[in-house]
Ligand binder design. Structure first.
Ligand code: SF4
Length: 233
């Protein structure tokens, strides 16, 4: 697999666990509000010094006493051949594995579930079906998205769905997104925040207004009865 970065330790990316965080390079979406443009745009990813898989494992071995999990994020990790083999190596170290995904590759998710390789899956749901292509920046097979949601709900030992409430997403959009994740045990509305020194996939979105934390809290109150757990973060 091709990795752009490895964060040796994170306390916030795997609920209740201390994890290392590996960033897979490349993505098949072009969400205009994405702040990981260096992992998404080919003209940016081509400038990265990719970390060989074996070097990732050297660090994981060194950190083994301090971490109990590995989070694989991106980019979109399911695009890369060898993901199953990579996770198998991580599990041989005794690590729990969380996968972050955009849900575009349900057949890969299915194979990983069949092999019992995933302990936690976090899937981004971009918004309501009618706006999916616009919010993903590419044409998206919405049936594949729904298949991934179903697979996760029925197979993942633990999971969450989340929607980044990017600029232009309305209260109506959020309410139309809720049925897509009907039956899920956990759903989050994520605040749109641009970390310092990060460039968006579409820089024009930097100046667009998104809901504040307080506004999202009020929206969550309107939808929270649909989910056993979740909230705003
Ligand atoms: S936010 Fe969109 S473009 Fe960025 S990594 Fe996730 S799916 Fe890819």
């Amino acid at each position: 697999m091709k990795f752009a970065h490895l964060l040796p330790m994170t306390l916030i990316d795997y609920p209740d666990h201390i994890a290392a965080l590996a960033y897979a390079a490349a993505c098949n979406f072009r969400c205009p509000f994405c702040h990981n443009s260096e992992l998404v745009l080919p003209e940016e990813t081509s400038k990265l010094h990719l970390i060989p898989e074996n070097d990732i494992f050297v660090t994981l071995h060194e950190r083994q006493r301090f971490i109990d999990a590995l989070v694989i994020t991106g980019g979109e990790p399911t695009l890369q051949p060898g993901l199953g083999r990579f996770i198998t190596r991580a599990k041989h170290l005794g690590l729990l594995v969380k996968l972050d995904t955009n849900g575009s590759q349900p057949e890969i998710l299915e194979a990983l579930f069949r092999a019992h390789l995933l302990d936690y899956v976090a899937m981004d749901v971009k918004g309501p079906p009618a706006r999916y292509d616009e919010l993903a920046g590419v044409h998206v097979d919405i049936n594949a998205i729904q298949d991934s949601i179903r697979l996760i709900i029925h197979n993942a030992p633990d999971y969450e769905f989340r929607t980044t409430i990017a600029p232009t997403i309305t209260v109506g959009d959020i309410k139309e997104t809720v049925p897509m994740v009907s039956g899920a045990k956990r759903y989050y509305l994520q605040r749109f925040v641009i970390p310092q020194d990060k460039a968006l996939v579409d820089p024009a979105w930097k100046n667009k207004q998104a809901f504040s934390e307080e506004e999202l809290g009020a929206i969550w109150e309107q939808i929270k009865s649909a989910f056993p757990a979740g909230g705003v973060r």
